[in-house]
Design a protein around this ligand. Sequence first.
Ligand code: AMP
Ligand code: MG
Length: 416
Amino acid sequence: MKTAEDCLSQIIDFVSSLGVERVAITESLNRVIAKDIYSSRHIPPRDNSAMDGYALKWEDIKKASREVPVTLRCVEEIPAGIVPDKSPGRGEVSRIMTGAPIPDGADAVVKIEDVDTEGDRVTFFEPVGEGANVRRRGEDVTEGETVIAKGTLIGPAHMGMLAATGNSLVPVYKRPVVAIISTGDELMDIDGDPSSGRIVNSNSYSLFGQVTEGGGIPLILGIAKDNRGDVFTLLSKAKEEAHVIISSGGVSVGDYDFVQSVFKNLGARVEFDTVAQRPGKPFTFATLGSVPFFGLPGNPVSAMMSFEQYVRPALRKITGHRALYRKTVKAVLEEKLAKRSGFTYFLRGILSCRNGRMTVRTTGDQGSGILKSMVLANGIIVLPRAMTNAERGDEVAVQLIDNSLLAAAEPQYLDF
Ligand code: AMP
Ligand code: MG
């Protein structure tokens, strides 16, 4: 049986970017930028005032004091957005608004609150330093500077910077359409009759969320009954409409498990069908041209965990992310964990950080049908294949679902 590490590297080697598209800046949030963005301009474009006040030569008031104030003449008023046409000479000042360009010849601004005025006479009571209250041309960004590096996930600040540097269209990696199929005679839709004893198709919705969070465009194609014809119909549709195909259920070796054989009927090559891990041992990975098929197991936790470990990093590679994997920390176990060697375990954990020290316990029952364990988890405890039982007090690796814990952890617990 293949190891989790081998399966992951095989999948990651197989998938690649779908190329680049240009989207409107307002559509760029949470996309990955596909080129380095350079600024073709200085920001701000000219020296401008950080205050409402008076622009002047700092030397003109360097001897000003309460006892011996200095009075100068105001020659112009510069509202924001207007380019000044006078330059104050010795003994002259310009009234200036916040954001307005500093006139030639001036090298400092005095706040309006610090002066007295009478007609065009302005009186100063203390000196200012050269450059006071002046925002320098290019102090934020200089022409030619790289402002956003290729591979960056676009957040609100990046959108502002894209706008400031004149990019209304943004080059981003294309997102894959990800078909989601559930299989099983026992399944019904959300609004099905609870008294029927059937099971709600929850996998399509947890996977919908995971695909979206992973950067893909989810396409729920519904439920296939456990017969070859139904599975074939939905997988054929998926093949037509999606770049990536995910199914859940029907990948064990039961009489009603048709997914793997239908993958083959469609011309796909089955790369592997089991992984030495728990949960999620049955997992079929097949390929057809450039399309990956992920036949996830049906149990709600197994489906989500196999997605987490394999599909999420694959989607992140397809969508151009630099970091494919969750950050991992080390944490001290709060409980003893029973484990067989030969399988990698992915347990649902609750991490805590006290005084910079990370500790972790499980969410309770770790059955592959206990979806609540995923709801409660903020981390995934990874017990390596060769390991046997882990004792309370042992250090283990934990993948962070919730990165906010990183801020509180001391360095020795990070980058494990
Ligand atoms: P399977 O892998 O097809 O044998 O499915 C294993 C178990 O997972 C089934 O008995 C169901 O209880 C559960 N299951 C399968 N598919 C889904 C689904 N789409 N949503 C929720 N539970 C499911
Ligand atoms: Mg089934």
